[in-house]
Design a protein around this ligand. Structure first.
Ligand code: KIV
Length: 260
């Protein structure tokens, strides 16, 4: 399926079937998720999740490209979307140059950038140059100062979110991530625009949901209201590793079966 057809398929899910999106930073996780997800995102959350950075701003192009190359090997059917890191899309030409580099080196299907009205000309420019763009508004970690605070409580914030969403739709984005947005405003935006909204902490009113895979697996210790841990993978790893240790110490491993 071509990029264009895959993106059309995602847009057509609006009002029909919820969109499932998860992050991945490596091949091994991507190939498991691929059977279930519509979109796999190599998010710049990899900086905070894997590298312990205190901000996603420290992620650079080289880092996201290397992780994305690994993820690409595990993705057969999902739409592969990659975050453009902070300071890699400050103007139209920089955004286009870096999007082309990311797409060329990783063979991804689309890129994601943060911002609404502020980035509308950049989004239009990318779309005109055949780069599919997923928008991201609400809490935008690349520009957040201090603590993350959910958006859409005050009238001013509500109006801004609506304007941002409309601007992204008008600029040709194929979808918008809504991060930490109050339910009523998520509903309003989702009903207002024709492209799908994908929520993270933005209620069931969105057309789809995205979460960080490491969070839902219980690999991280993140305690954020919208995170649901679906398993405790740390326990599974602990048990396997401790069994290995015991068998090594007691010389139960390797038996003849595992030796040449
Ligand atoms: O960086 C990321 O992983 C993201 C998602 C959580 C939406 O932007």
């Amino acid at each position: 399926m071509s990029h264009k057809e895959s993106i059309k398929k995602i847009i057509n899910k609006k009002n029909k079937s919820k969109i499932v999106c998860l992050t991945s930073y490596s091949k091994n996780i991507a190939q498991i998720i691929d059977d279930h997800a519509d979109i796999i995102l190599v998010g710049d959350s990899l900086g905070t999740v894997l590298y312990n950075y205190n901000t996603t701003r420290k992620v650079d192009l080289k880092m996201i490209i290397e992780h994305s190359k690994s993820v690409r090997m595990g993705v057969k059917k999902s739409l592969l979307v990659i975050d453009l890191p902070y300071n890699t899309y400050r103007n139209k030409s920089e955004a286009l140059k870096n999007s082309k580099k990311v797409i060329k080196e990783t063979k991804c299907d689309a890129i994601k950038i943060e911002g609404g009205i502020r980035v509308k000309d950049i989004v239009s420019h990318l779309v005109k140059n055949k780069i599919p763009v997923l928008g991201h508004i609400g809490v935008t970690p690349q520009t957040v100062k201090g603590k993350f605070k959910s958006k859409g409580k005050t009238e001013i914030e509500k109006k801004k979110l609506i304007k941002d969403a409309k601007a992204l739709e008008d600029s040709g984005a194929f979808g918008i991530v809504l991060e930490c947005v109050y339910s009523d405003i998520s509903k309003k935006i989702t009903n207002l625009i024709k492209i799908p909204t994908i929520g993270i902490g933005a209620s069931v009113n969105c057309d789809g949901q995205v979460l960080v895979t490491d969070d839902i697996l219980g690999l991280t210790d993140a305690k954020i209201k919208f995170i649901k841990k679906y398993t405790n993978i740390k326990k599974v790893i602990n048990s396997a590793v401790s069994k290995f240790k015991k068998e090594v110490k007691s010389k139960k491993y390797p038996t003849k079966k595992y030796s040449y």
